[in-house]
Design a protein around this ligand. Sequence first.
Ligand code: NDP
Length: 254
Amino acid sequence: MSHPLFDISGRTALVTGSSRGIGLALARGLAEAGCTVVLNGRDTSRLAKAAAELDGTGRVHTAAFDVTDGPSVAAGIAEVEDRVGPLDILVNNAGMQLRAPLLEFADADWHRILNTNLTSAFLVGREAARRMTERGHGKIVNICSLQSEVVRPGIAPYAATKGALKMLTKGMCADWGPHGVQVNGLGPGYIETELTQPLVDDPEFSAWVRRRTPAGRWGRTEDLVGGVLFLASPAADFVSGQILYVDGGMTSVL
Ligand code: NDP
């Protein structure tokens, strides 16, 4: 029998960037836990495919909008609340990665990665929190990264966005905690998805990940579900401003 502290059935959750990869796995987990889930992304055909994949797990909706664009976010959240109902849970997951040495990193790429990984969480978080704080409850989980803590050559802009997202998480906790909204982060280690496919396909890098991870393997998207369900549940009502690293132990060892 599951403990009532972990019961999130009947809640409504929006997961940004959930047409594939980590976001889709998190949405599936929330749906299986009894939530009504809203999938988000920009590509409507991929969203429809993702929704079909989740068919049978619960109530699944889609909302296509670009999380980097303020007016689209405002309209998207308003439309979701009108059509689906008040949001109880927001997972800010949409993100991207660009790998290049800093000296070769283009201005446009800098702005793109900053907008996609950091500004998006501010825009979607603010829009959702306006409503959550008014209602006096809500849970927000920002998908950070082990690179919120550590960085490797060639990935500085990505790590900068994820480090800043960690501090944005703590700032949201400070501002919205008094109004009943808990904000936490979840920091995945190396997880096999489309985003990391080039790294998975590189035998040397792939072996390095396995060697460096105490768990001895790459992460799977399902590895992240339990952490998000916990942070979205009443069991975490007094947990806020924390980053839970789900990385097979990688950030803890040299
Ligand atoms: P994927 O590239 O597989 O998926 C990214 C998702 O985000 C897609 O659904 C994409 O849909 C959506 N997305 C991207 N940009 C936007 C946008 N502007 N507006 C709306 N949706 C958008 O990535 P992962 O699943 O691997 O990563 C998900 C999150 O986890 C990211 O924040 C990433 O940084 C983080 N992470 C991943 C790790 C890993 O090892 N994979 C490790 C640590 C953190 P569409 O293109 O249709 O818009």
